[in-house]
Write a protein that binds this ligand. Structure first.
Ligand code: FAD
Length: 605
């Protein structure tokens, strides 16, 4: 049974236009051809596309997984529709320059449209999303010949694209990549190696797939400093556009617990010694280039997780509004069995689980939009100082944007499933699918463990703590605005205390790094991530609260009173039920134990 709704379009548009002030971005030269009305129409057209071409196929794609057959991967026919119509609608070309055939649409708007698609059917948008990311790398770093050869067919959705990093021995640790690139006199390289877990790596509808692949040129330095980036097509086009197989073999398709319609391939390169790769940019700078795509991909993973949690929230909300069960307690603590059963939404425990979902979904939705806005502000900056500021802020929040929606989203979907009771566990209802689909979000694009090390080990210490200070300055501005409004002052005070606690924790941990004991410094990085994410999402909710309260006080808002009140109720929930979890996490972070650090004589693990 499907739910009727998968996303709240009003909330998305409210966050876009009111909280994150899209209009202020449209003053920038790059976006000056756009106005809020035309972008609103673009968003509506994507919603209609998602309603018609994505949402109805969600269950079907789970029940008919992608699978390896006769040397290719068989996927659901909607993959073809997604690529073709996605190309026509401009879903792939949206952020590109006009000269490249793009639409120069802000990433902020594109994050809204992609959110809608992810919430409708998370098995499909990856095909167009990865094609866009791969084309972006070519546009930014490759030579004109590679651009002319590949980009137009990718932006139209005719050819797909992938990011090919992972190898059997190199997952989290990309420094261990061994795929080889041997230079030839003709200028191209011969590629040989294996890549695993490659999303969208091959399928029966792909005339061509353009792999953006990391490999090591013979003789390159060890580690990440010796990794280069190559365009490696499945079929290589000649000067007339005729395609010749490029010795890329589809070895297998991984069978997964979720996202079964989004194929995940094992690819072999150069088994017959004739796989040609074309160097992107300079040798040994591959990982640096790939990071550009990875930051976009990390926002995309957080956005996707939040979107799946949104769909699960709406499905469980609908169920809670329809399912009668039990009765509310009477004043003497008993139940009156002569009374009609109540709907389960009236039970406080069910309401708590719904509010938790709403708080996670909308809080993380807002954070993803903030990341996209920082990206746009950096991209269109008019001075080096401004560019640096927004680059730093983006770098600071990227690990949280990737991780919080994934980890909290998994818990949120779990609450949604719980609301359905026994039916939550049954395949007749979609909740079990969402709980399987969202699970990958904490694994790909850098696991939670790796993102947490990035946050604590790199981002918090970046520029001697300059990035952390910049982010806290942004938070302080919201705290100050909230302090001006009586009803929000208590929340402003709480968030301010949590920021002081963040500093205290950091001052407790930093001496370990200064003594060179990095293992101890980073041992609880994931706990620090959990702590810090709650503070950051508390900030997101306070920002929403300031906006909603001002709209109510001035009467100038575009939405109903109920709409704003529901935001304030969710803010209250977050500060009463979610943010206090930081106290327990802080206790763990300040504890002197080293129990998880492996000793020489180990008894347990
Ligand atoms: C469905 C799916 C789609 C994917 N799509 C792509 C794709 O399109 N392109 C691509 O290149 N890759 C892709 N991947 C690969 C994905 O990015 C990796 O699976 C991920 O980075 C983890 O690598 P791994 O699986 O080798 O796990 P490992 O690196 O072996 O990690 C196992 C566990 O150990 C922990 N760990 C590892 N190293 C450390 C450390 N130094 N410190 C602390 N903890 C550590 C991890 O956090 C994790 O919990 C995909 C994977 C899946 C499952």
């Amino acid at each position: 049974m499907m739910a009727e709704k998968y996303v709240d379009l009003d909330t998305l548009k409210y966050l876009l236009n009111d909280v994150h002030d899209l209009n202020s971005l449209l003053d920038r030269e790059r976006f000056q051809d756009h106005d809020p009305e035309s972008l609103d129409l673009f968003i509506d057209s994507v919603k209609q596309f998602a309603d018609k071409e994505l949402f109805p196929y969600l269950r079907e794609m789970d029940e008919n997984p992608a699978h390896h057959k006769d040397g290719t991967v068989m996927v659901h026919p909607q993959v073809k529709t997604m690529m073709e119509k996605g190309g026509e609608l401009g879903l792939i070309s949206a952020p590109f320059d006009y000269e490249e055939g793009g639409m120069q649409i802000p990433l902020l708007v594109q994050t809204v449209t992609a959110y809608i698609l992810d919430a409708a059917n998370n098995h499909l948008p990856g095909y167009t999303g990865l094609t866009q990311g791969a084309a972006e790398l070519i546009v930014h770093f490759a030579n004109q010949t590679l651009k002319d050869t590949y980009v137009p067919n990718m932006l139209s959705g005719r050819w797909g694209g992938t990011m090919c990093l992972t190898e059997p021995q190199a997952g989290s640790s990309l420094s261990d990549i061994v795929t080889k690139a041997t230079p030839t006199e003709e200028g191209h390289y011969l590629i040989s190696g294996q890549k695993i877990f490659i999303s969208g790596g091959d399928h029966q509808y792909a005339e061509n797939i353009v792999h953006l692949l990391l490999a090591r040129i013979e003789g390159a330095p060890k580690g990440t400093k010796g990794i280069s980036l190559f365009v490696v097509p499945k079929n290589r086009p000649d000067a007339h556009g005729t395609l010749t197989p490029n010795d890329v073999t589809t070895v297998a398709d991984f069978q997964k617990m979720g996202q079964k319609g989004y194929c995940t391939t094992h690819l072999g390169f150069g088994d017959a010694g004739d796989c040609r790769g074309f160097l992107v940019g300079e040798p040994n700078k591959g990982l640096h280039y790939m990071f550009m795509m990875m930051n976009g991909a990390r926002i995309a993973v957080g956005r996707g997780a939040s979107a799946i949690a949104s769909a699960a929230y709406h499905a469980s909300l609908q169920y809670a509004n329809e399912r009668p069960q039990g009765r509310k307690l009477t004043k003497d603590g008993t139940k009156n069995v002569d009374q009609k059963q109540n709907l389960i939404i009236e039970h406080p425990d069910v309401r708590r689980m719904l509010m938790m979902q709403k708080a996670v979904v909308e809080g993380s939705m807002s954070l993803c939009l903030l990341a996209a806005k920082y990206y746009d502000l950096e991209y269109t900056a008019t001075s080096p100082e401004e560019k640096r500021k927004y680059n730093t802020l983006l770098e600071m929040i990227i690990p949280v944007v990737k991780t919080y929606p994934a980890e909290a989203g998994i818990d949120a979907v779990n609450n949604g499933l719980q609301i359905l009771g026994g039916y939550g566990f049954c395949t007749d209802f979609v909740l079990q699918q969402y709980s399987r689909d969202i699970r990958i979000s904490a694994i790909y694009e850098g696991t939670t463990g790796i993102q947490s090390q990035d946050l604590l080990g790199r981002k918090m210490t970046m520029g001697n703590g300059e990035g952390a200070k910049m982010l806290m300055d942004e938070m302080m501005q919201t705290i100050q605005a909230a302090s001006q409004i009586d009803a929000l002052r208590p929340y402003a005070d709480i968030l301010s205390q949590k920021m002081q606690k963040t500093v205290a924790i950091f001052e407790h941990l930093m001496p370990f790094a200064m003594k060179g004991d990095y293992e101890r410094f980073l041992a609880d990085a994931s706990i620090f991530m959990e702590f810090f994410s709650l503070v950051v999402i508390g900030w997101s909710w306070l920002e929403i609260g300031v906006n909603a309260k001002q709209a109510l006080l001035t009467g100038n808002g575009n939405y109903s009173e109920d709409f704003y009140e529901s935001k304030l109720t969710t803010l209250e929930y977050f500060f009463a039920y979610e943010l206090p979890k930081t106290s327990g996490l802080a206790e763990i972070l300040m504890h002197p134990t080293t129990v998880t650090i492996k000793k020489e004589k180990e008894t347990i693990c």
